[in-house]
Design a protein around this ligand. Structure first.
Ligand code: MG
Length: 282
C-alpha cells in the first residue's frame, strides 16, 4: 500500500489511561501520533509491547516518542532557561541516562525516533557550554543510532542559526529537527518560516502549532492559539515543508487540555486537510 505523504497526526500521551487516549485520537479521525514517554516506572519492555500492540490494533502509527524530565518547568522563559533539557549542567548526567532509557523504550515500541527539548543552547559557539551540549547531543545520537532511532531536536529555544550550527558540528546522520514553528514565536527566537528554510534539510518531523508574538519577544511568552489563527502562516509552513521534500506526519500540538483541546484539534485537522487539498498533497 502506498503511504500517504504528510499524514495528519496529533500529539497524545501514553502515560495515563491509554484506551482513553487512543479513543480520543480515533475520535478526531487521524492515525498518526507522537507522545511523551511515560515515566521511568512504566518503561519496561513488556509495557512497551502492550502500548505498541494497542496503538497497532487501533491502526495508529507511532511517529515519535518525546523525552521529558522531572524538574522541568515552563512558567517563564528564564525558568525554562534554568530547568529544561540537557543544557542545565547540574542535571545533565542524570538526564542523559534518562534519555537513554527513553531511547530503549522507543526502540521496544518500534518507534522511528525520539524527540527532545535540549534547552537553551548557548549562542556563543566558541564557549565550553556550547561544546559540552554538542557532545552530549552526539552521545544521545550515537546511542539512538545503535537502536535504529533518529533524534529530533525540538525548535524554539535557540535561534535557527545556532540550531543549524549544533547539527553541522555534531555531524550525526540520525540527528535532525522536530520543527515547531509556534515555539519560534512563543520564545521570540526568530521568524519561523525563515528558520524552517534555514534548517530545512534536517527536518525529520514537525509540530503544527500556532502562536502570536509577545510585545516583548524573548522576554515574555507569546500566546499559543488554535492552528491557523496565529502568526505562523500555517499554509506557507506546509508549502515550504512540501518544497523541501518532507513526507513525514503533520503532527498537531495544542498545549491545553479538556474539551476545548479536542475542539481545537478537530478544527486544526480541517485547516490541514484543506491545505493538503489546495497543495495537491495525497
Ligand atoms: Mg512542540
Amino acid at each position: 500500500m502506498a503511504r500517504v505523504r504528510m499524514p495528519i497526526g496529533v500529539f497524545t500521551s501514553a502515560g495515563g489511561d491509554l484506551t482513553a487516549a487512543i479513543n480520543k485520537v480515533l475520535e478526531v479521525g487521524v492515525n498518526s501520533v507522537q507522545f511523551h514517554a511515560p515515566g521511568p516506572d512504566q518503561r519496561s519492555r513488556a509495557r512497551a509491547r502492550e502500548i505498541a500492540d494497542q496503538f497497532s490494533e487501533a491502526g495508529i502509527d507511532i511517529s515519535l516518542v518525546f523525552c521529558g524530565f522531572a524538574g522541568e518547568r515552563y512558567d517563564t522563559i528564564p525558568i525554562v532557561r534554568e530547568t529544561v533539557g540537557l543544557v542545565p549542567a547540574a542535571t545533565r548526567a542524570e538526564r542523559l541516562q534518562n534519555t537513554k532509557s527513553i531511547a530503549d523504550f522507543a526502540s521496544w515500541l518500534d518507534a522511528p525516533g525520539i524527540g527532545i527539548h535540549v534547552g537553551f543552547v548557548s549562542e556563543d559557539w566558541d564557549s565550553p557550554e556550547f561544546a559540552e551540549v554538542v557532545n552530549v547531543i552526539g552521545e544521545v545520537a550515537d546511542y539512538c543510532a545503535e537502536r535504529g532511532l533518529t533524534v529530533n531536536l525540538e525548535t524554539g529555544q535557540e535561534t535557527a542559526g545556532t540550531l543549524l550550527h549544533v547539527l553541522d558540528t555534531a555531524k550525526k546522520p540520525n540527528l535532525g529537527v522536530n520543527f515547531d514553528p509556534a515555539n519560534m514565536i512563543l520564545y521570540g527566537s526568530g521568524e519561523p518560516l525563515e528558520a524552517l528554510r534555514k534548517v530545512g534539510k534536517y527536518v525529520k518531523s514537525c509540530h503544527c502549532k500556532d502562536a502570536t508574538w509577545s510585545s516583548k519577544p524573548g522576554v515574555e511568552w507569546g500566546v499559543e492559539v488554535p492552528l491557523g489563527q496565529g502568526d505562523v502562516n500555517i499554509e506557507k509552513f506546509v508549502t515550504i515543508l512540501n518544497e523541501l521534500g518532507y513526507t513525514g506526519p503533520l503532527t498537531i500540538e495544542r498545549e491545553i487540555s479538556g474539551e476545548r483541546q479536542t475542539t481545537d484539534i478537530k478544527a486544526g485537522i480541517k485547516v490541514l486537510r484543506d491545505i493538503r487539498v489546495r497543495l495537491g498533497i495525497r
